[in-house]
Structure formats: structure tokens, C-alpha cells
Ligand binder design. Structure first.
Ligand code: TRP
Length: 328
């Protein structure tokens, strides 16, 4: 049987938080365990260069994400784990794809405009090129399924367009990939506004946080009097209830909702219970992380094997594409 392929990646901008975990990593794990799929998971270090970063810490930042991957249960026996820049075929393929990508389309992409707004001093060609490289990441493996957060949807759409254009102009056989959607794909910020993000202090919980840290971060989440006619649909309380549902289940959420319109919620108790539930889920992850932290040689071995395997697949796609485009 020919297995369907999966590719995903996360940028190396620090340790993973619950937003990455629920939005992307849980999908990555689910597909890894599904025997119908062959899974390729990378750290997108080249994409990390599109916004300000520190070259002195980059290598370490990449290793942190690799450790988080291994800690959450991505298994080198089941998934190919690698670092994007160690498979230079992605970049070459991206260049070939750029010949079929419209400039206007890229300039109007919401993700491009938003990032530019955040970093107005860093308007670079690399940032504009971001979606093309991402399309190459995915299509180098002819991946059909991409477990990633909902914010990446515009990039997956561009990937499908590139696949269609390449196939119609050059007769290649790229699939049109779909985003693999998970239950917790939109993870709100603890601050009550927007999504959980590394760049917003107080908005996130890291996978490596201990119980005390989780409690401290939850303590900062805004609440209200705990009572009212209607359960809030937006803001701090609404977000806390989303976390309750994700980590303690729908039933407990419903109990809190009932309390809100009745006797009132005591947030100190809610936050205590929620912190414990989150930590319960993170504990085994942190224990596994420690084991890999103690064996950097093993981690390097996993990565070099992963890169070799990824390169073999990506090179085949690149060769086919070059042939189709008349280069060889
Ligand atoms: N852009 C993705 C993010 O910020 C990271 C990424 C790079 C990616 N290449 C990818 C995700 C390919 C999925 C597939 O989360």
C-alpha cells in the first residue's frame, strides 16, 4: 500500500507552548500513530530567519524545539524528524515554484501584512518568500495532509495554488494538500485577547512549565465577579472556560457555566483545578524531555538520520520537477 504523506514544521522561536501543542503537535501525533500515513516533521529554521532573530542562539533554539518534539512523543521510529536547512532541496524547489507564483498574490497575503506590521523595519524578500518556501516544504514530500494551526491556512491555500499551477504548466503530479484540523486548533491567550503567542508576555504556558509556574501564569489571567446572567463569550473568562474544556473536559466546563449563572464561580478554585489538569498532561512530557536532554548524541543521531531520509525523498521530487521544467 502506498502511504499518504504528512509534513509539518514549527519555527524555532523558543520553547513550545500550549498553543503549538494543541494547534499543531496533537495533530502531528495523531497522524504519526495512523498507519495509513508516513510522517515528516521538521524544525523550520529557515523560516525563523524571516523575522528578527539572534544568530548566536539560533542553533540552540532549534535544539529546544527538537527536544520538545521528542518530549511530546514524536517518535523517530515512526516519524522522520529533521531540520529544514539540512535538506537544501527545499530551497531549490522553492525557487522553481517561485516562477509560477504571482507577486501580487504574495503582497496581499494577510500573514505577510501582519508580520510586516509587527516588524516594520524588517521588510525583506525572505518574508515575502515565506509561503513559497513553505509550499516547497510540503510538496517536496508530496504531502497531502498538514497538521498546523488555523493561522497557517492562507499558506496552505498558496501551496494548493502552486501545486495546481505546476501540474497544469509542467505536468507534474503534486497533490493539493489539506490542513489537518485538531480540536484545540485555536488556543486563546491567557491575557484574554487574541491567540496564545510567544511574543505576547503573559499569554502562554510553556510545555516545560512546572506546576508553580502554571499557577502563576493562570493567576495573571483576567476574570470578573464570577457571576452574571450570561456566560461571557469573549475575553478572559471565556478563554479560561476553553482551557477547562480542553484539559478537564466538556462536563466540567458545563458545571462552571451553570455556576456562573447561579451561585457563582470561584476563580481561585477554577484556576487551581485547571493548573493541576494542565500539569498532569505535561508531566510525562517533561520527564521524557529530561531523558533526551541528557543524551545530546542520541538527538544528533536522530536528526542526521532524519535529514538523510528526508533528503532522499525531496531529491527525487526535485529531480522530477527539474525534468518537467526542462532543466535536465
Ligand atoms: N509557517 C509555519 C508556522 O509558523 C511553520 C512552517 C514552515 C510549516 N514550513 C511548514 C508548517 C510546512 C507546516 C508545513 O507555524
Amino acid at each position: 500500500m502506498n502511504k499518504k504523506r504528512v509534513l509539518s514544521g514549527i519555527r524555532a522561536s523558543g520553547r513550545l507552548h500550549l498553543g503549538n501543542y494543541l494547534g499543531a503537535v496533537k495533530g502531528m501525533l495523531a497522524l504519526q500513530e495512523n498507519p495509513e500515513y508516513e510522517t515528516f516533521y521538521m524544525v523550520a529554521d529557515l523560516h525563523t530567519l524571516t523575522t528578527p532573530y539572534d544568530p548566536k542562539t539560533l542553533k540552540n533554539d532549534v535544539r529546544e524545539v527538537v527536544l520538545d518534539y521528542l518530549a511530546v512523543g514524536l517518535d523517530p521510529e515512526k516519524s522522520t524528524l529533521f531540520i529544514q536547512s539540512q535538506v537544501p532541496e527545499h530551497v531549490e524547489l522553492a525557487y522553481l515554484f517561485s516562477t509560477t507564483t504571482s507577486l501580487a498574490k504574495l503582497l496581499h497575503l494577510p500573514t505577510y501584512k501582519e508580520t510586516l506590521k509587527l516588524h516594520p523595519q524588517h521588510s525583506t524578500v525572505a518574508l515575502l518568500y515565506y509561503p513559497i518556501l513553505m509550499a516547497a516544504d510540503i510538496l517536496a514530500y508530496k504531502a497531502q495532509s498538514v497538521p498546523t494551526g488555523i493561522d497557517q491556512e492562507p499558506h496552505i491555500e498558496i501551496t494548493r495554488e502552486i501545486a495546481r499551477k505546476m501540474n497544469s504548466q509542467h505536468g507534474t503530479d503534486f497533490p493539493e494538500p489539506q490542513r489537518f484540523v485538531t480540536e484545540g486548533e485555536y488556543v486563546p491567550a491567557l491575557t484574554g485577547e487574541g491567540k496564545m503567542s510567544k511574543s505576547i508576555e503573559g499569554s502562554y504556558i510553556n510545555l516545560t512549565d512546572d506546576l508553580e509556574t502554571i499557577k502563576r501564569r493562570l493567576a495573571g489571567a483576567p476574570t470578573d465577579s464570577g457571576k452574571g446572567e450570561n456566560v461571557p463569550e469573549k475575553g478572559g473568562v471565556a478563554n479560561l472556560l476553553i482551557f477547562v474544556e480542553l484539559f478537564q473536559g466538556r462536563k466540567i466546563r458545563q458545571e462552571y457555566e451553570k455556576a456562573y449563572t447561579g451561585s457563582g464561580i470561584r476563580y481561585s478554585e477554577l484556576k487551581e483545578g485547571l493548573a493541576k489538569a494542565i500539569f498532569e498532561e505535561l508531566k510525562p512530557v517533561q520527564e521524557r524531555r529530561k531523558r533526551f536532554e541528557q543524551d545530546p548524541e542520541l538527538v544528533e543521531k536522530i536528526l542526521s538520520k532524519g535529514a538523510e531520509k528526508a533528503r532522499n525523498v525531496a531529491r527525487e521530487t526535485l529531480d522530477e520537477t527539474k525534468k518537467a521544467m526542462g532543466l535536465v
